[in-house]
Design a protein around this ligand. Structure first.
Ligand code: RIB
Length: 293
């Protein structure tokens, strides 16, 4: 099976600050780094680290060929990453507690064409997974085409936009969102999460773990997080979603996949950075021991 990921690719610029800036405030960063990121790229790398075969569908400018090469180096199939204008980028500000504020410029991430999607999905088979987040264009077309081809659609509602989620809801099998996004969705839709379309909804709760609403079995389960010292939460949600997709792709059950994703995200918050520092299965086992079955 293959995980097809319609996803953003960004240059991430990290600034470590004494606090997140207030309106009108100028701050001096005490540390600066650059790396590969984008919620899409982070999920592709996480799924690949989790032993899935991953096909990334995206776009970068000439200035982002390094990121395309890096995805390849991390085991991701990059044949359907097109050449666009300028590569998307993100300014990531991190405070001493590891919390962040992020500003993104989408650039080429919003220049993906229907032809590109068609050509990538022409390689897909029923039972493959389509993963998406909200940092690219062509989401509705891709979700609809994937559904027609029999793929399982997993959508991470980040960054949250009520209209984007509403547009994709009819095609989603699984929805992943954090607590704030879950509240925003309930407010914008006027419905409880449980009464929305997808059969599985996962709400990540940071250090409090994760909730899984299983509509098929009419049950809600809570999964504890692993207590760790967080230094940087950036990309932890993406790591969770990528590993969740990898687990499902490998045929693990939903609960086992959540436990794997929880472990991967716990290790991720102990690291500074995004795509470049996403742990692999060995890192997870070395840190937390073999996964309980
Ligand atoms: O979720 C973290 C990601 O959000 C970063 O890698 C950044 O590029 C933005 O897309």
């Amino acid at each position: 099976m293959v995980v097809y990921n319609l996803g953003s690719i960004n240059s991430d610029y990290f600034y470590h600050l004494p606090n997140l800036p207030l309106a009108g405030e100028t701050l001096v960063a005490h540390e600066y780094r650059r790396g590969m990121g984008g919620k899409g790229a982070n999920m592709s790398v996480a799924a690949s680290r989790g032993a899935a075969r991953v096909m990334h569908i995206g776009s970068v400018g000439q200035d982002g060929l390094w990121a395309k090469n890096r995805l390849l180096e991390y085991g991701v199939d990059t044949r359907h990453i097109a050449s666009g204008s300028i590569t998307g980028h993100a300014i990531i500000m991190i405070d001493p507690s590891g919390e962040n504020s992020i500003v993104i410029h989408p650039g080429a991430n919003r220049e993906i064409t229907k032809d590109q999607i068609g050509s990538a999905l022409s390689e897909a088979s029923s039972g493959d997974i389509l993963l998406m987040q909200n940092e690219t264009n062509q989401q509705i077309y891709t979700a609809k085409t994937a559904k027609e081809l029999g793929l399982k659609v997993i959508y991470a509602a980040a960054p949250f936009e009520a209209k984007s989620v509403a547009d994709i809801l009819p095609y989603m099998d699984m929805l992943v969102l954090n607590e704030i996004e879950a509240k925003q969705l309930e407010t914008s839709s006027g419905q409880d999460l449980q009464s929305l379309g997808p059969n599985h909804i996962f709400v990540t709760l940071g250090s409090r773990g994760c909730k899984h609403f299983d509509k098929l079995q009419d049950k809600t389960l809570h999964f504890d997080a692993i207590p760790v010292k967080a230094v940087d939460t950036t990309g932890a949600g993406d790591t969770f979603t990528g590993y969740l997709a990898a687990g499902l792709d490998r045929g693990l059950g939903v609960e086992q996949s959540i436990m794997l994703a929880t472990r991967a995200a716990a290790l991720m918050v102990m690291r500074h950075g995004t795509s470049d520092v996403i742990p692999d299965l060995k890192d997870i086992e070395d840190k937390f021991g073999p996964q309980p079955i």
